[in-house]
Design a protein around this ligand. Structure first.
Ligand SMILES: [Zn+2]
Length: 155
């Protein structure tokens, strides 16, 4: 039995703490609990770095800063798995593609290059305490702008 003034979430945290499933130090990025309910390798990795699973996800993306396939638009991040122009000819393929194979266009801010892909994946919204690490490197564009930029190259 838990005391009536302890919420279900708090009781869960206390239970896990009691079982050693929460690291005794807070996450160095968000200050939250570091839950240790992953594989042994992952648990050790999180404890060594003193980082929670969610912040670790963004740490991994910090290591990829500069990779042109990691796209930051506003506060959101996307990963381009590479355009697959013939995907629609292969039945079932689009179901395993980002956004169901929807085609996106975006402009790289550094070069002005407009890129397109039908295999873009969302990495989610960048948490506030990580935003200073991820400077937007792109903005949304359109098919019209893309076509125009290709004409410029050829003309
Ligand atoms: Zn964290």
């Amino acid at each position: 039995m838990k005391p009536f003034n302890v919420t279900e979430a708090e009781a869960q945290v206390e239970f896990r703490r009691g079982r050693g499933w929460i690291f005794d130090k807070p996450c160095i990025f968000c200050g939250g609990d570091i839950a240790l309910n992953y594989s042994e390798t992952m648990n050790i990795y999180l404890m060594e770095r003193c980082v929670c699973f969610r912040c670790n996800y963004w740490c991994e993306r910090m290591e990829r800063i500069g990779n042109p396939n990691q796209i930051v638009i506003g506060h959101s991040m996307y990963q381009d798995s590479g355009d697959k122009p013939n995907a629609h000819e292969h039945r079932g393929t689009v179901g395993f593609m980002g956004f169901g194979g929807h085609r996106f266009y975006w402009k790289m801010l550094a070069t002005g290059e407009i890129r397109t892909s039908n295999d873009l994946w969302s990495n989610g919204k960048i948490p506030e305490h990580f935003r200073s690490n991820f400077v937007p490197n792109a903005e949304w564009s359109t098919k019209e702008e893309y076509d125009l930029s290709k004409e410029d190259l050829n003309g």
